[in-house]
Design a protein. Structure first.
Length: 211
């Protein structure tokens, strides 16, 4: 098992071992998440960001999963830093799957656990000039609603998402649309409450009306 190999090795070799034993192989996300949790407890707090920076630079899909879990577990002490790092890694990755891996595990998890602190930050993200950061709001909303976000926060999130239903960017549309579909599944009454106004609004793209 990789964790026993890490225990028997010098910390300077950990990144090499993780890349060769995990990141270069087809490993399912739950195992990568488990490894991320174990690494969080193994790596000294002061070295954790250096570690995530290094494995992100390797560019493997699994790098984003492991790093996201470590940042997620740092939420209590390093709330803003974790979100800032999430944005940094999404921009570095510059792919839809990077946005979704990190958006769920960091922005989405933070929204679920700390909605009062996270929603104001997502309000800034939804107007970001970068489409991946905008998409991450949709990804985060989908995750949080699916996992049980309180209804009053779902309604606030719904309003937030509506502000981007005029978007024509493909990846942004997919992320926002995904979240709206999840809200309509779990809270159809929220959608019904505003349905007539939504259908009458010409700025809303047809793609979202179908959601």
């Amino acid at each position: 098992m990789i964790l026993s190999k890490l225990s028997d090795s010098d910390e300077s070799l950990w990144i090499f071992i993780i890349e060769s034993e995990l990141l270069k192989k087809k490993i399912k996300f739950p195992l990568l998440e488990f490894v991320g949790k174990e690494l969080y407890f193994k790596i000294p707090e002061m070295n954790q960001i250096y570690f995530t920076d290094q494995i992100i630079k390797l560019g493997h899909m699994g790098s984003y999963v492991i790093s996201a879990i470590i940042l997620q577990l740092r939420m209590e002490k390093h709330f803003e830093q974790s979100l800032n790092k999430a944005v940094e890694y999404i921009l570095l990755g510059n792919e839809w799957y990077v946005c979704d891996i990190i958006g769920e595990r960091i922005m989405g998890y933070f929204l679920l656990k700390e909605p009062e602190k996270t929603l104001p930050i997502l309000k800034n993200y939804i107007n970001d000039k970068n489409g991946w950061i905008v998409r991450s709001v949709g990804v985060a909303s989908h995750y949080a609603v699916k996992k049980g976000l309180g209804k009053k926060y779902v309604e606030v999130t719904f309003y937030l998402l509506l502000s981007k239903t005029d978007t024509k960017d493909f990846h942004t549309k997919k992320g926002i649309g995904w979240a709206l579909k999840t809200i309509s599944k779990f809270y159809p009454d929220i959608i019904q409450k505003f349905e007539s106004n939504l259908l009458a609004n010409p700025s809303i793209q047809p793609f979202f009306r179908k959601k």
